[in-house]
Write a new protein. Structure first.
Length: 372
């Protein structure tokens, strides 16, 4: 699950990286147009060096992400590193932009927008300071080598405008970041509440459909499931039903205590779950009575299934009972057709169970129409 989450976030980082490359592409086009228009103050090799540096640095970032090496870093998106590199590259461009510098200076602000959802206020201020230092150093070096009071004054005004924009952007960006974090916290809290409610609903559903002592389905769930399966039956299909009653169970409780009786009930449930097929359903109908639903069964299959369970149960040893004391059960069996009434079929199985008890217990009896 952790790997899947990492892959998801890595995909998002690559998408943001590709979006950043669109801005780099626009910058490459601007550099090329400026050079062809004669507004770039440098040779063609200097012009191409901007594109080469951009492609080179971005290839390094791309390789780090594709190899997942960035996951070792505290900031896997490498936002701070990418912004710092972009600031240095745009400063290098502005050194040869000439009259276009005033138009291109706002690229600094565009670079900062890249980190608007990632950077803290401190990070924004650090990168803003880096941009101002780089641009300030650029105009200071130019003034040192080409003293021009009027141009230097214009450059200082540009620096001041840039500082104002970056300060405002830093405040806005940090506010958006804080707002995003608060929304994320609320989302996480809501998600945690949803998980808690989902767990509580699951527990309530389990309590509503499960017998707490044996862990089997309860009477209500069994009837609902049986009726649901009846609606899915094919015309030639049959469902087997067996009502099972543990023989002389009250005597076990009276002689050996309710704890021993509970152990017998739980032992029967465990044995039934391990004996039956995955598609079969066993439920506690109440007290010491259980009911079995056997899908796609005929008379012989139903009888053999219940007999196999009966014989194994008669051999089972319980710690709460004295040595040599075993438990048995009696069972009444009936077959359910698609057109039959479920309650009538249950009554048929109950009549067969009554016959099994009157015939000496510890046996299975199949309902016959003559008994109706």
């Amino acid at each position: 699950m952790q790997d899947a989450q990492n892959a998801k976030f890595q995909k998002l980082r690559l998408q943001r990286f590709y979006l950043a490359q669109l801005n780099y592409l626009i910058t490459y086009i601007v550099i090329s147009v400026a050079w062809f228009a004669g507004q770039y103050q440098g040779s063609i090799w200097l012009m191409l060096s901007h594109i080469g540096l951009g492609l080179g640095t971005q290839s390094v970032f791309f390789a780090l992400m594709r190899s997942n090496w960035n996951l070792r870093l505290n900031d896997p998106s490498m936002t701070n590193a990418q912004i710092a590199v972009a600031i240095l590259l745009i400063t290098y461009l502005l050194a040869f932009a000439g009259p276009l510098r005033g138009s291109l200076i706002m690229i600094y602000a565009n670079i900062m927008v890249f980190g608007i959802f990632q950077l803290s206020r401190r990070d924004f201020l650090i990168h803003s300071g880096l941009a101002l230092v780089c641009f300030g150093a650029l105009i200071t070096i130019e003034q040192h080598y080409q003293a021009d009071t009027q141009r230097f004054t214009l450059n200082l005004v540009e620096w001041f405008i840039l500082a104002c924009f970056l300060a405002g952007l830093s405040m806005t960006g940090s506010y958006i970041r804080e707002l995003r974090e608060r929304l994320q916290q609320r989302h996480n809290t809501l998600q945690a509440h949803q998980e808690t409610l989902r767990g509580m609903m699951g527990q309530l559903q389990n309590l509503a459909t499960t017998d707490p002592l044996t862990g089997l389905a309860n009477r209500r769930h069994f009837i609902q499931e049986a009726q649901r399966r009846m609606t899915l039956m094919r015309p030639t299909q049959q469902i087997g039903i067996a009502l099972i009653d543990l023989d002389h169970f009250k005597r076990i409780n009276d002689l050996y205590g309710h704890a021993a009786g509970d152990q017998v009930l739980q032992g029967f449930a465990t044995l039934a779950n391990s004996t039956l097929r995955d598609g079969d359903l066993i439920a506690r109908f109440g007290g010491e009575e259980f009911v079995l639903l056997l899908g796609n069964a005929n008379e012989n299959a139903l009888f053999q299934c219940v007999e196999r369970l009966r014989l194994r149960f008669a051999e089972q040893v319980f710690d709460g009972l004295p040595e040599g004391v075993h438990c048995t059960f009696s069972a009444g069996l009936a077959l359910l057709q698609p057109e039959d009434d479920f309650e009538v079929c249950l009554n048929d199985a109950d009549q067969a169970l009554y016959l099994a008890k009157n015939s000496g217990r510890n046996r299975s009896e199949m309902h016959q129409p003559s008994y109706a």
